[in-house]
Design a protein. Structure first.
Length: 215
């Protein structure tokens, strides 16, 4: 059974390298125009990586018209916000349900606290053994109607200060959106945001119609 976090994260990391675009999660962009160009380059690189049959995972050629180019919300700087990580008092291992049934064991690192459009929000950050990154799965009010029902993901590089930049323009769908054979962790209830995060990846028009017939 293919596992959906590490494989997709590595593909998206490779996509960044294709264009030489390095978007740090803890370093603010130099200016708005440069930031937008970086995001656009990253998105183009991701499309290229997904269409390359020599890379894994990829989207098979006969399905590429269903997904590529990937659909996104417009880049919006209001969804690129500072955050503070409140470390967990005790780093407990939690079992997170997945799209294929088995649970995934991850360590809860802490809680990211931030504000979006005047709303104070929070998301728990997790880590898998050996991943080297913080994994932040979430659902929000767009889930199903505009984005994948199983949620979206953010990846963050750990910082020594606990200060982060949460950038929902980088929110991406798990690979089980493209291939149901992949095992993808579902966001836990604590990571359901009571707002619509209209940033990052969204459903293609075809997939949106399939999930919301008559809508």
């Amino acid at each position: 059974m293919a596992r959906g976090v590490s494989t997709l994260t590595s593909l998206r990391s490779a996509a960044v390298l294709i264009f030489g675009a390095t978007i740090g999660c803890s370093t603010p962009p130099p200016d708005d125009a440069g930031y937008v160009k970086q995001i656009e380059a990253r998105r183009a690189a991701t499309d290229l990586a997904f269409s390359d049959p020599s890379r894994e995972p990829n989207i098979p050629r006969d399905q590429q018209t269903d997904y590529l180019p990937l659909a996104y919300y417009p880049i919006d700087l209001q969804y690129h916000v500072p955050a503070m990580l409140k470390p967990a008092r005790t780093r407990e291992t939690v079992e997170i349900p997945t799209s294929t049934g088995p649970v995934r064991k991850m360590e809860r690192i802490g809680r990211l606290e931030f504000t979006v459009n005047g709303r104070q929000l929070g998301l728990s950050a997790f880590a898998e053994p050996g991943s080297g990154k913080l994994f932040v799965p979430f659902r929000d009010e767009t889930s199903r109607s505009e984005t994948y029902p199983g949620g979206r993901y953010l990846d963050l590089e750990p910082t020594p200060t606990g200060l982060y930049e949460v950038d929902f323009n980088l929110a991406y769908h798990p690979y089980c959106y493209f291939n149901s054979g992949f095992e993808c962790p579902y966001p836990p209830p604590e990571n359901r945001l009571p707002v619509a995060i209209q940033a990052g990846e969204k459903l293609s028009e075809k997939k949106r119609a399939e999930l919301n017939p008559g809508g």
